[in-house]
Design a binder for this molecule. Structure first.
Ligand code: PLP
Length: 397
């Protein structure tokens, strides 16, 4: 009889967002017609910017004519897309060759697929609270998990542990859910640790475009020694509204080797076996993000989400609620007032003011007692959520 991957049985029952969806459905079933203010799930509310839309339209038109039609694209990415990303890195002082950039269908797909490079015998280190996919993808692969707790005391940015165990290290900066961002010194200590132990860092930079403090690194490759220990996974989802369009990119330096093997060459082999490339049309749309017009337009969009962040943090300040994040990241991580548990607070906000957030407990150990707001909703909904928070907690949180 066929043997299944029984590690699936070790996954926690319900994925965080499925639990939230169920509870909000139940609420709406018993309160028909109520409007909810969704400050929870991390989808964006603003459309693709004009430069991207124009490039997508033009690419679709090319596909309509035999003379300009494009079939399969190179599995690792169209040269124009890989060059556009490499030039974007060069503009911030990171030298990459286009062959070190791989196109992807988004960071989630890539975070799962990239595990093909590593033996399941190697453990995965997860700094918690963390984006749930790190843990779940590692559990499915049968990988041992090393939990590294983050807390308010270490600014949700823990240092490398004393234990010297080579494996995978997931780092996410700016962090989902806490909004914490590694400074140079702290990130350098992880790079040094990985080089010393032979570990490989999977650096999730899905939110790098939200960094506004010029002292903070956007890419791990801004740090000394990172090209021999890190893979960077990026997404256009929150940078440019590609959540429904699906496009991302991954950087694997050619100098990243383990056991005499090049991880870049291994990934080329993986992609050429397991994919037939990403759509020409989407890569054209993605490349438009890196043009001067595209950069200007996405900056304006990100500025809108940052105004949402200010609307929410001003309300939390006025209510005396402790929080972090929301400045260099699109997430605000707050302490549930009155010592409430995070699911308890979820139900309280839903029932009292119809505001939906994300319970911290869903992000692993250390998340209990905390709550996440995202800043991707429309400005009108965010302003109303802030008004309701003020009304509920004004002066007594
Ligand atoms: N990484 C982090 C930290 C995220 O929060 C998300 C999405 O919310 C992703 C990756 C996935 O991004 P994508 O839409 O590119 O799959």
């Amino acid at each position: 009889m066929i043997q299944l991957n029984t590690h699936y049985a070790e996954l926690k029952d319900s994925y965080l967002f499925a639990g939230i969806a169920q509870k909000t459905r139940d609420y709406l079933a018993s309160h028909p017609g109520q409007k909810l203010y969704r400050m929870g799930i991390g989808d964006v509310s603003q459309p693709l910017c004009p430069a991207v839309i124009e490039a997508l339209h033009a690419a679709v038109e090319e596909q309509a004519h035999a003379e300009s039609f494009h079939g399969y694209q190179p599995e690792c990415g169209a040269p124009f897309f890989r060059e556009a990303v490499a030039a974007h890195y060069a503009a911030r002082g990171v030298t990459l060759s286009p062959e070190e950039v791989f196109v992807s269908s988004g960071a989630s797909d890539e975070l799962g697929d990239i595990l093909d490079l590593f033996s399941p015998e190697s453990p995965a280190m997860v700094l918690e609270p963390a984006y749930p996919a790190y843990l779940d993808a590692s559990v499915i692969a049968g990988r041992r998990i090393l939990h590294v707790p983050a807390s308010a005391e270490n600014g949700f940015l823990p240092s490398p542990p004393e234990t010297v165990e080579a494996g995978l290290i997931y780092l996410c900066s700016p962090n989902n859910p806490t909004g914490a961002v590694f400074g140079r010194e702290a990130l350098q200590s992880w790079v040094n640790y990985a080089n010393k132990t032979g570990a490989v860092i999977l650096f999730d930079a899905a939110y790098e475009a939200y960094i506004e403090d010029p002292a903070l690194p956007h890419s791990i490759f801004e740090l000394d020694g990172a090209t021999t220990c890190a893979i960077e996974i990026c997404s256009l989802s929150k940078t440019a509204g590609f959540t429904g369009t699906r496009l991302g990119y991954t950087v694997i330096p050619k100098s990243l080797t383990r056991q005499g093997l090049s991880l870049n060459a291994m990934w080329v082999r993986n992609r050429t076996t397991k994919t037939n490339g990403v759509s020409y049309v989407l890569q054209k749309g993605g490349a438009a993000v890196f043009t001067p017009e595209g950069q200007q337009q996405i900056k304006e969009q990100i500025a809108l989400y940052k105004r949402n962040a200010r609307t929410l943090t001003q309300a939390l300040d006025a209510c005396g609620v402790w929080y972090t994040g929301g400045k260099n990241a699109p997430y605000i991580w707050l302490k549930c007032p009155g010592g409430m548990g995070s699911w308890e607070f979820f139900s309280y906000l839903l029932n009292e003011i119809q505001v939906v957030g994300t319970p911290g407990e869903g992000f692993g150990c250390c998340g209990e007692g905390f709550f996440r707001f995202s800043t991707f909703a429309s400005p009108a909904d965010t302003a109303e959520a802030a008004r309701r928070l003020l009304q509920l907690f004004g002066g007594r949180a």
